[in-house]
Design a protein around this ligand. Structure first.
Ligand code: ARG
Length: 342
């Protein structure tokens, strides 16, 4: 919340990947705090933006979408903090940064669940699953200015019974220009970043995938976005994912098949002109994902090393940030914490 407030008073055009990250880092767990407030924030806002700029999902169009929710004695509406997608019966793809709290501490496996069948977070049929293992990509660095490789796999203790979403294995050049659809329960109104408005219903928004050159332009992210990321959105802004959508999927329909190409990662503000949404490039990481769940062969030579992260987090944790091996994380079943920057 503090970070959000700080940024709220500083909505300049200055490119600051760090601030952008703060939006996200604070998004995960502040979502709950903010959600708690939302029942009180009934004052009408002059201008409404949805998901931002999207529409509510009325039918079970995206049955493989899941909500990550804190374990607490409250409704799912108040506990949802991130999204994800079912990629195999008991496996969920999400963003690595979703697994950290606002203080930068890694969550314990017992701190959160994965909810399926929750198109509306108030739906009594929503089912929560215990997470038995979580694996963060070894190159993810929560403290980096641009926290790329922002993906994690969650293994669930119980079957979801959900038909998984296909993952795209396409090279980036084949994705640029496609219309991506992003789905989530994130803020639908971010006009006052200090009090975002969260929906009960899932929203979806269509955003075109743009080249990295576009979002690396000086008026945008100024060279800070990497090849293992995707940018999507509009130069004029207005439509975007937002706080609380992180970890959720961006899909395209390619040759008639719906397939996931991105994981919501971060953005500077939400839906601001020139600040496209930044997504983890799913095809880029197929090699890494395949080590846990076989999802298909990439149709190109992935440049990413696909070494499996095997460093266990110790319960005492560490505050170092530079080393990738430190973050070659295998969160063991017992649910361990790593203490990070506060
Ligand atoms: N990091 C945010 C989250 O944790 C997602 C922000 C996406 N922002 C954007 N402008 N597309 O929910």
């Amino acid at each position: 919340m503090q970070h959000l407030l700080k940024i709220a008073g500083n909505r300049t055009r200055r490119v600051s990947a760090l601030l952008a990250v703060w939006f996200c880092a604070s998004a995960g767990l502040s979502a709950q705090a903010m959600a708690d407030e939302r029942d009180l924030s009934v004052s009408p806002t002059p201008e409404k933006n949805f998901i931002i700029g999207g529409t509510p999902v009325q039918q079970e169009s995206y049955p493989w979408t899941v909500a990550l929710a804190h374990v607490a004695n409250a409704s799912l509406v108040q506990r949802q903090f991130c999204g994800g997608s079912v990629i195999a019966d008991t496996w969920v793809l999400t963003a690595a940064h979703c697994l950290f709290d606002r203080s930068g501490n890694l969550l314990s496996l017992s701190d959160f669940t994965v909810a399926t069948n929750a198109r509306n977070l108030r739906d009594p049929d929503a089912q929560e699953h215990v997470v038995s293992n979580a694996y963060l990509h070894p190159d993810y660095n929560h403290n980096a200015n641009n926290p790329h490789s922002d993906l994690a796999l969650l293994e669930l203790a119980t079957s979801t019974g959900v038909t998984p979403v296909a993952l795209s294995t396409k090279a980036t050049e084949n994705l640029v220009g496609l219309q991506g659809t992003v789905i989530g329960w994130g803020a639908v109104d971010f006009s006052d970043p200090a009090s975002p408005l969260f929906p009960d219903q899932q929203y979806a928004v269509d955003v075109p995938v743009v080249t990295l050159d576009v979002c690396n332009a000086p008026i945008s992210y100024a060279g800070s976005i990497f090849e293992n990321q995707l940018c999507a959105g509009f130069a004029q802004g207005g439509r975007d994912s937002c706080v609380g959508d992180s970890g959720g999927p961006m899909v395209v329909t390619y040759q008639g098949v719906v397939q996931q190409i991105g994981v919501v990662s971060f953005g500077f503000g939400c839906a601001l002109p020139n600040y496209y949404g930044i997504y983890t490039n799913v095809p880029y990481f197929i090699g890494w994902i395949n080590q846990y769940v076989f999802v298909g062969e990439p149709e190109f030579e992935p440049e990413v090393s696909s070494s499996r992260g095997t460093t266990a987090i110790s319960s005492s944790g560490s505050s170092s940030s530079g080393s990738t091996s430190l973050f070659a994380l295998l969160i063991l079943g017992a649910g361990l914490f790593a203490r990070r920057r506060s």
